[in-house]
Design a protein. Sequence first.
Length: 368
Amino acid sequence: MLALRIAVDALLYSHHSAGIGHYIRDLFSHYVRVFPEDELYAIVNPGMDIDGIQSFYPPRPLKGSGARLSYEQLALPRLLHQTGYDVVHFPDYQLPIFGRLPRAVITVHDLVAFRLPETFPPRVGRVKRYLMARSVKHATHIIVPSVATRDDLVHILGIAPELITVIHHGVTWKPRDQGEPPRPRPYFLAVGTLEPRKNLVRLIEAYALLRHQWGKECPDLVIAGKPGWLYESIYAAPARHRVADSVEFLNYVDEDLLLKLYSHAVALCYPSLYEGFGLPMAEAMMVGTPVVASNRGSLAEIGDGVAFLVDPLDPVSIAQGLERVLRHPEEVEERVRRGQQRARELTWEEASRRTRAVYLRVQAEGGR
């Protein structure tokens, strides 16, 4: 088998990563086990090494997204030319746009900055749109985690479909926690960074409708995720809707606690306005927890026939989805069964094999 030398820009990875950081860690730690003959090295911040992968570091730690973006755009190409590679992979939405790196693969997780620009601070949104629009034109090939993201790339940024490969994220299989519940009362769970796209204000409004109808028989609402941006209205929503006594914000939680939270939740509530994949939904499905999710984009794609799909713009629809979980245990049991079957199909080993197929194609074609 032809051995490849793969460079990976892993500067977004940290030990407290969410989302894309998990993608970097899980994909490439599995990749080196599935394909030990390949030589894979990662550019990481000092102290952020990924098990089994050789590391290269910037000359000093890069603190903040501005420092990281500057390094990636201006200094990283020089390091890549010095170290050499067959294929270089940028696992987020941008790559160096000044000049052109040959044989460059980029993963675009979503186009939320184009679809929902109002969910970002103005300057952050402008930078994301500028870099992504130019990066996808410079990339040799693009990996996306869903058909929904592929379609957005084609229709919004005009990328030819043959330059895009859909590779679903994997789910790291973990057994359902059988210990004591992490909370004394039943609870609905929401997981994700606190930002407008996650639609948590409408979720809290929907929860309030259910809580005022069911009273103390209604489970609590637990929200696990670190603050992102434009989150003030999220923190204010429980008091505004008179449910502050039954809504709890946990901030960032480690993976052990997150598994316990998934395992004992009445349901995962995931009415996001837009996702490129929706890893929390897949993780909940894995442990057998029912999911109430948005009927849009990738969440409808992954959750079709499995999740209770709701209109994310309608708090009444969200509340009805939560209530279905409480009122229809037979339907919940069937959807949970199908959800676990779906989650078993989403493996990082399969994602690794399909990612390597992209690398081989790019290496054989010589890049552009």
